[in-house]
Design a protein around this ligand. Structure first.
Ligand code: ADP
Length: 483
């Protein structure tokens, strides 16, 4: 049994903005099930404090003259012990974890997450007299990037793993910020935290962690190339020996059509006919014509360029001439929110857009749709295509990252050998997107084949079990290598 400090800036159901929240809310549970001794470290945002039943203070300290406490609680619905970095001046504010009320990054994010990282380092080095010290500090994304860097300055330290959930978010600040945070000057160099004269949080993880992982095997290969490397492909190539991809699993307590409390009608692959009741429920909910012969296309997403909104918008004029209903739930860049809402106003009989974050509606869309749209430019893993597969909702995706690792195209051959579970765009363009949707519409007219595709999709194993085993093997490998 190893002691793992799992460091994340979000974790469902306490706080979530995207895939990282889902992973941090479920991987630690899977690790505990496999006898790992885990502490999940999170900032104590107001939403987190609101969502916990009770907590106790287990340590106190101060960072940058701001007082802080470590609170202990449990991850709701599990036995995972959660430690919260409760520094009210940094974290107890209205708005999102990273952005203010207007959706703008908070002006002091560098300070906020430096505090979080210092607290993690203090725990990792046993400085807070907590009677528990990790063997492995598992860091996630830029918000915990300083942890491997700061720990590297100590000979007696836990092993460090850094998981990239999205390389596009790097936590870049100016040199002045680095100085103001009083970070050790020895970390400021081209192979350290410096990134073209700027200060990079994520490089702390990429340059200093003992092992680096991505959330799908394909993404681990892609980021070695300039198109996907976001300026860090050189560094990643130099760390290739220590880089690997471990596919995300999904939390089957949350995402399982057989037990999903959000659904009008639960179903599984043996009672697939019942799925259509969720479709009619969704059609009624959105005042759309209730008709099972109309193909319903769903999408739940951050509305940002990465998710393929450009080619979706380009396709809409043609898409609304198809016998389809389209349902998009998301928040993100204002221009996408406005453009999509305008289209929805123009075609109220076919197209519905809900701007906002709505966990329950997300489940209803996954279950009620026939097809799920995910034509991302890049996708480190992607969870929604995995949820779609589990719900027998066939994903239409680009062949990148975790999408390529989880979706098998409905080509004639793949249909024949019963591996097909979705539709893959030939290239990333509106034309290819429309062609893939047309292909799906044609197969929808052949119920036997469609049913087989759904069964193939629902037969996949996307549980955390295997992936958690891979993380545990990696923890052990790092520990052995450092011993
Ligand atoms: P990313 O992390 O890039 O946003 P993922 O597909 O890995 O993308 O994970 C996104 C997660 O966030 C999924 O669980 C998805 O259902 C959820 N999500 C995204 N936007 C919304 C929204 N507007 N309402 C509810 N859930 C959302």
């Amino acid at each position: 049994m190893n002691k793992i400090l799992y460091i994340s800036s979000e974790a469902f159901p306490l706080i979530k903005t995207g895939g990282l929240g889902d992973v941090a809310g479920s991987l630690p549970v899977a690790l505990c099930k496999q006898s790992q001794d885990v502490r999940l470290l999170l900032p104590a945002y107001p939403e987190v404090l609101h969502n916990i039943a009770k907590s106790k203070i287990i340590a106190t300290g101060a960072y940058y003259n701001l007082s802080a406490r470590i609170l202990e609680t449990r991850l709701p619905g599990s036995n995972v012990i959660v430690w919260l970095v409760d520094c009210p001046a940094a974290f107890n504010r209205p708005g999102g974890p990273y952005t203010d009320h207007h959706g703008q990054p908070r002006h002091d994010n560098a300070l906020r997450f430096a505090i979080f990282c210092h607290a993690a380092v203090d725990i990792a080095l046993g400085r807070l007299a907590l009677d528990w010290q990790p063997d492995v500090a598992h860091c996630n994304d830029w918000q915990s990037g300083l942890v491997p860097a700061l720990l590297s300055l100590h000979a007696k330290r836990p092993s460090t793993i850094f998981t990239i959930h999205n390389l596009a978010y790097q936590g870049i600040f100016d040199r002045r910020t680095f100085i103001d945070l009083h970070l050790p000057e020895e970390l400021w160099h081209i192979d350290g935290l410096e990134f073209y004269d700027q200060f990079s949080f994520i490089k702390g993880g990429l340059a200093y962690a003992d092992k680096i992982t991505t959330v799908s095997p394909r993404y681990a290969e892609e980021i070695l190339r300039p198109e996907y490397g976001d300026g860090l492909d050189g560094l990643l190539n130099s760390r290739q020996q220590d880089l690997s991809g471990i596919m995300n699993g999904i939390d089957e307590r949350q995402w399982n059509p057989g037990t999903d409390q959000h659904l009008k009608q639960k179903y599984n692959r043996r009672s697939l006919a019942k799925k259509s009741l969720n479709k009619s429920d969704l059609q009624q909910y959105f005042s759309l014509p209730v008709d099972d012969s109309i193909v319903m296309i769903g999408m739940i997403s951050r509305l940002v360029e990465q998710k393929g909104l450009d080619i979706i918008l380009e396709s809409l004029a043609t898409l609304v001439t198809y016998p389809v209903q389209l349902m998009i739930l998301g928040t993100g860049e204002t221009h996408y929110e406005i453009e999509l809402s305008e289209w929805a106003q123009r075609y109220p009989e076919q197209f519905k857009v809900t701007i906002g974050y709505n966990e329950s509606l997300a489940h209803k869309i996954e279950a009620g749709s026939d097809i799920y749209l995910m034509p991302s430019t890049f996708e480190p893993c992607g969870l929604n295509q995995l949820y779609s597969l589990c719900y027998g909702t066939l994903p239409v995706v680009t062949p990148v990252g975790g999408l390529a690792d989880s979706v098998t195209d409905a080509s004639e051959e793949n249909i024949k050998n019963q591996t097909a579970n979705g539709f893959i765009l030939k290239e990333r363009s509106a034309v290819a997107l429309l062609a893939a949707i047309q292909h799906a519409l044609a197969l929808y007219q052949q119920p036997k084949i469609w049913r087989q595709l759904q069964v193939n999709a629902m037969s996949g194993d996307f549980s955390w079990k295997v992936s958690a085993e891979r993380y545990i093997a990696l923890y052990q490998q790092t520990l052995d290598e450092r011993a």
